[in-house]
Design a protein around this ligand. Sequence first.
Ligand code: GAF
Length: 402
Amino acid sequence: MTEGFASSNGSTPAAEAAATFTAVHGSAPAGVWSAPGRVNLIGEHTDYNDGFVLPFALPHRIAAAAAPRDDQLFTVATLGSDGRVQRAAPVAIPDLRPGGVEGWGAYPAGIAWVLRDQGYDRGADVVLAGDVPTGAGLSSSHALECAVALALLGLAGVEPGRTPGAPELPDIARWVQRAENDFVGAPTGLLDQTASLRCTESHVLFLDVRSGEAEQIPFDASSAGLEVLVIDTRTKHSHADGGYGERRRGTERAAGLLGVPALRDVDLAGLPAALDALPAELGPLVRHVVTENQRVLDVVELLRAGRMADIGSALDASHVSMRDDYRISSPELDLAVDSAKEGGALGARMTGGGFGGSAIALVRSADVDQVSKAVFAAFDRVGLRAPRTFLGVPSAGAGRDS
Ligand code: GAF
C-alpha cells in the first residue's frame, strides 16, 4: 500500500528528461541536472524569521535536460505524468520581467531572469521530467527551479563546488529565492531551495538561516529500526494563496513591534514578555515561531545523542503548534496526523507550508503497514480520497546526472 519511489515505469527523471529532450529537439541534450523535493523533519515557518530548519531531501527529483542556443531565447517543455509534453511559450531572455510569464512557465523563466542578472544570459532549450508530487507541500517548485538553475549554470561551464570561482550553493539558494519571491510572486523563505541544493544522502540538514551555517546530521532511520512515513493528503497546497504571506507579514510586524531584527531574536525565556507586549492577534504566531525554533534545537540534540526514537513528542508538539497557534493545518492534515498516531506512530506532524499538502510520521519499521492502514481507514471512513503514502528516505541533493 505504501509506494516505492521509483518512477512507475522504472525509469529515472534524468533518463526521461534526456529522452524527451531528444524527441522534442531532435538531438541529445548537452547535459542533465536534477534536484530533489524535500521533507522538513521539523522547523516550520521559522526560515523567514531567521531561525532553524531541519529538512532532508527526498528520492523524488525533477530533472532538467538542457542545451545551449545560439540566440537568447529560452524554451522549456515538460513531460507530464500522463506522458504528454507541454511547452511553455518561448521567451527572450533580455525581455524577461516579473509578471511577464504566467502559469508553470514562470518558475523556469524566473530562474533564467535571476541568472541573467548574474551575467548568465545565453539562450537555452530545457526539457523537464520528474516524480516530485506537485502541490503536495514537498517542494516540487523549488526542485524544478534548482534543477533549472544548475542546468543554466552548467551550460555556462559552471559547476558549483567544482569550477574555480563558481557561485557557492548558498548563493544559488538566494538567487532561487529571489526568482520565487520577485518573479513568481510567492513570498517564500530559504528552506526549500537550500534543502534541494545542500542536503546529502542519509542526513538531515541543520540550517541556521540567519548565518547560513549548515550541519549534516546523520539520519539513517532504517538502521535505527525506524522510518519516516510521508502522507500526501492530496489536498492542494499553494504559497500563492494569501495565508502564507499573511503569516509572514504577521511575524515581521511582531518583530518590528518588539524592536528585534527577526523573531529569531526572541527565545523561550523572553517569550512571556514578548507576548505581553504584543497585540493579542500576533501572540500565537510568535509563540509558534519561538517554540518551533526551540523544538528544532531539541531534536538536533536528540539526534546527535543517537536518540532518534525520542523525537516523536517534539513532532507532535510542532503539529499542535501549527494547528492551534499558526493555524496552517487542515482537516485532512489533522486526520493524517491523528490517525497515524492512533495506528502506532511515535510522532507525526504536517510538513511544509501547510494549508494542505503532506504530513510525516515517525514509525517503527515493523509498524509501517499498520500505521498506513490506520491512515487509509480513517480517510475512507470520512469519505476522503485515499492519501498517497511512501517512505521518506534522506537522499542526495541537486547535481549533474550526465
Ligand atoms: C514553504 C516555503 F517555501 C518555505 O520557505 C518555508 O517557509 C515553509 O513553507 C514552511 O516552513 O515550503
